[in-house]
Write a protein that binds this ligand. Structure first.
Ligand code: HEC
Length: 244
């Protein structure tokens, strides 16, 4: 009994470590034949010390590069997807790396005959990725509510109805140049008179103090607002403007 306990205590951390340092990958045969997998394996492992084992069946894999999951890149007449089957630390790290800029560049720069074989995924797939709700966007929803809902409707079903002269965030999201307008809102009328962005705007002129309780915010707050507005649905401009 005691030996068993000792064995478990000794072996468990070892097992956990093995999972951290290793990932089982199944890749479609065409990808293996192209040489891509051999191209990315050492580049990932060198950085992370996580070993990539190529397995022969999808069942044995932590990660699969094939037809299902999230679109990663295209080439060889196919859009290639990443499907994570097991949540080991090693698998998480490889999946993160494949989705990162460095991973993408490593794949797109693979050019065994001098011409790249792979390209980014088609636009609609990229868009689906961009629309993922990020932590920043969630923070932005709260910042918007705290800073802007005095006048604008910032989310459906919460807070006041905005003031009549302020378009809702949903209406403004429908403007083609919404991003430029939000990024510079603090200089656009009427905000300049009552908005201070840390390190960006100067103090209010002495002879023109803020007419209302001012908005004070940081550029990080503004980034969060932009991330939030990016994921909200634009209002259907056929509907009445203020109550969207
Ligand atoms: C005191 C009221 C008030 C507050 C607070 C306020 N706004 Fe506005 N905002 C307005 C009004 C009024 C307009 C419409 C101006 C117009 O139509 O010319 C507007 C317009 C805008 C526009 C469009 C500007 C343009 O010229 O296209 C943006 C973007 C905007 N607001 C963002 C924000 C953000 C972000 C916040 C919070 C950080 C905020 N507003 C807080 C009153 C307010």
């Amino acid at each position: 009994m005691r030996i068993l306990v000792v064995l478990i205590v000794v072996l468990l951390p070892g097992l956990a470590r093995a999972d951290d340092r290793q990932v089982a990958l199944y890749a479609a045969p065409a990808l293996i034949e192209s040489g891509l997998v051999q191209h990315i394996k050492p580049r990932f492992s060198l950085k992370t010390q996580v070993r990539v084992d190529i397995v022969d069946t999808a069942e044995a894999a932590d990660l699969i590069l094939g037809a299902e999951g999230r679109a990663l890149f295209s080439g060889l007449d196919t859009v290639w997807h990443l499907d994570q089957r097991r949540d080991t630390k090693g698998a998480d790290r490889f999946a993160d790396w494949l989705r990162s800029d460095i991973g993408a560049r490593t794949i797109l720069s693979f050019a065994p005959q001098g011409t790249p074989i792979f390209a980014p995924p088609p636009a609609e797939d990229t868009q689906a990725v961009a629309v993922e709700v990020t932590a920043l966007a969630i923070a932005g929803k709260e910042v918007s509510y705290a800073k802007c809902s005095r006048c604008h409707v910032t989310e459906r079903g919460r807070g006041i109805f905005g003031i009549g002269s302020s378009p809702s965030f949903f209406v403004m999201r429908g403007f083609e140049d919404w991003e430029a307008r939000f990024a510079a809102f603090y200089v656009l009328n009427p905000h300049g008179a009552f908005t201070q962005v840390e390190d960006v705007t100067g103090p209010f002129p002495l002879d023109r103090p803020s007419p209302i309780s001012p908005i004070t915010m940081t550029l990080d707050d503004l980034d969060a607002i932009l991330a939030y507005v990016a994921i909200i649905d634009p209002a259907d401009l056929g509907a009445p403007l203020q109550h969207q």
